[in-house]
Design a protein around this ligand. Sequence first.
Ligand code: Z5A
Length: 244
Amino acid sequence: MIEARPLGLSPKAFFGIRFACGCRILLSRFCIFVSMVTAKRFFTLEGIDGSGKTTQIDMLVAALEAEGYSVVKLREPGGAKISEGVRALLLDPAFKGVMGDKTELLLYNAARAQVIHEIIQPALDAGKVVIADRFAWSTYAYQGYARGLGADMVQRLTEITCGGCFPELTVVLDIDVQRGRARTAKRGEAPDRLEQEKADFFERVRQGYLAAAREYPDCVSAIDADRAPEAVFADLLQLVKSRL
Ligand code: Z5A
């Protein structure tokens, strides 16, 4: 079920991407010769907190199952027992200010390696549709962009972790940071370690996602998530169906 399909990316150099906050961040010259192959029927949703990924995935799964597709959905980090254990470590507020950025990067990849091994690859091999709530583009946006580890480091690890198991299409649900936070605040839950980051961190995450959509239009599409769920879903469904 794996289709050898180069992402069509030419080598690119990113020099000094200027973020809205005004700081100039040098993302290590992002020269990548993407040797990743994408997995057919593998879709991921991305976006900042509160962008509506969970809501949209539930709608998407229902729509695809109604059309007869066999669908596996999962969240990242998580989706398998070991990966859920790693998730608990990653999000534990007790490790705020303790966990190093590289530790965080490696743990997200460790959780991903296991869920690929145990859940995603077997499902794809069986011809199922796999829909993940977050995947490698989260690492690109959060650790590469917002933490400042750089796209190059993320890319090298992603190749090791994912190999040929890379989503065919990623849809980024784009929303203003404050609007997204207002949605999650309504839940009234205590923030986890990542959610405790400040607004400028999430602004960098958002800019990371938008940069990914600009630079890799073959595999990343951003849609406006600040609309009624049904309107967002119409765009999402159209994008996914164009690849099925
Ligand atoms: N992370 C990372 O740093 N690196 C990585 O490689 C990976 C992850 C994989 C995991 O968070 C954290 O790990 C995450 C990134 C980091 N940290 N942050 N921050 P998570 O899985 O626990 O949380 P999340 O992915 O951010 O999910 P979320 O907070 O549940 O948001 P969501 O799934 O995008 O939204 P939702 O639950 O569908 O909706 C939120 C609320 O808004 C809810 O009350 C809905 O009813 C409402 N909603 C949804 N859609 C709409 C619309 N269209 N209009 C109005 N209201 C809406």
